[in-house]
Design a binder for this molecule. Structure first.
Ligand code: NAD
Length: 273
């Protein structure tokens, strides 16, 4: 592989690594020679994810550590365990996140019905759950002289997408945090530590399957609307995010920081007409 895209031996921590998108990315990175720390909340799910990773890539260098992204001592413990095992931290994929049903406005309700506690929860998970791991892992990257953070944004950040008011607000804040930290790190590390985000369009997963598809697999009205507004005419597949993540982690993007890279089948550039 060209040196530009070489990830061999890079130590990458992945939050939400037992989930659909970040789990797929973690397996991909391990298959491309990275040393991958799978972070998740459940030991059982982590063990299953590691078994899957090793089945796909015999000899994969992977480690599973329990850490809630809002639990500072658990993240500090993950940092210490990683440094004990591999001596450095090169990258962080902030994949934990998602919507909280109560922070969504159903069609028969209005904004006035919003459950504020759920709004707080969705901001906590997506924004604070991105800020806190960055805060805990960045000093090791600065010390090691190399770092790349990739956050997970959403097309609901730049656009008003109906219903998902809390999730949109949280992901917009992730975009701004990405730019803020990118500038700060660029100035403090001379570009050695970079911060970017990917902006997935709509990918089917356990979180949104019931919202977008019926029991028989056909599309719900909302699912149809999304597909109609996606020039590719379909949802994305988890592995279609791998290339963007690989690029942002590797030296190929050495002069790239503060970007939010859309991987959305054209959703964000389409007027709908
Ligand atoms: N699926 C999509 O269409 C889509 C689109 C845009 C952005 N995203 C974003 O991509 C990321 C991954 O989403 P996904 O679709 O794979 O969802 P997912 O539910 O499969 O994965 C999310 C993971 O985060 C974990 N998680 C939740 N709360 C946590 C916490 N407090 N601490 C640690 N882990 C926690 C969950 O257990 C799960 O494993 C999320 O940030 C999501 O918002 C998804």
């Amino acid at each position: 592989m060209s040196a530009l895209f070489d990830l061999a031996g890079r130590v990458v921590l992945v939050t939400g690594a037992t989930g659909a998108l970040a789990g797929s990315a973690a397996d991909y990175l391990a298959a491309h020679g990275a040393r991958v720390v799978y972070l998740g909340r459940s030991r059982e799910k982590l063990d299953a994810a590691l078994a899957k990773c090793r089945a796909k890539t015999p000899g994969a260098e992977c480690l599973g550590l329990v850490a809630d992204v809002l639990d500072r001592p658990a993240l500090e413990n993950a940092r210490d365990e990683t440094l004990r095992k591999w001596g450095r931290i090169d990258a962080l994929l902030n994949g934990a996140g998602g919507n909280v049903p109560g922070a969504t406005i159903p069609p028969d309700k209005t904004f006035a019905d919003l459950d504020f506690d759920s709004f707080r929860q969705v901001v906590d998970l997506n924004l604070h759950g991105t800020v806190l791991p960055s805060l805990i892992f960045i000093p090791a990257m600065m010390e090691g002289g190399r770092g790349s953070i990739v956050n997970y944004s959403s097309v609901t950040a730049p656009l008003a997408v109906t219903r998902v008011v809390g999730y949109s607000a949280a992901k917009s804040a992730v975009d701004n945090f990405t730019r803020w930290l990118a500038v700060d790190m660029a100035r403090r590390t001379g570009g050695k530590v970079r911060v970017n985000a990917i902006m997935p369009g709509f990918f089917l997963g356990e979180q949104n399957r019931r919202l977008l598809t019926n029991e028989d697999g056909t599309l719900t009205d909302r699912g149809k609307l999304i597909v109609q507004n996606t020039p590719f005419g379909r949802f994305g597949e988890a592995d279609e995010l791998h290339g963007a993540i690989h690029y942002l982690l590797a030296d190929a993007s050495k002069f790239v920081t503060g970007t939010v890279l859309a991987v959305d089948g054209g959703f964000c550039v389409f007027s709908g007409v």
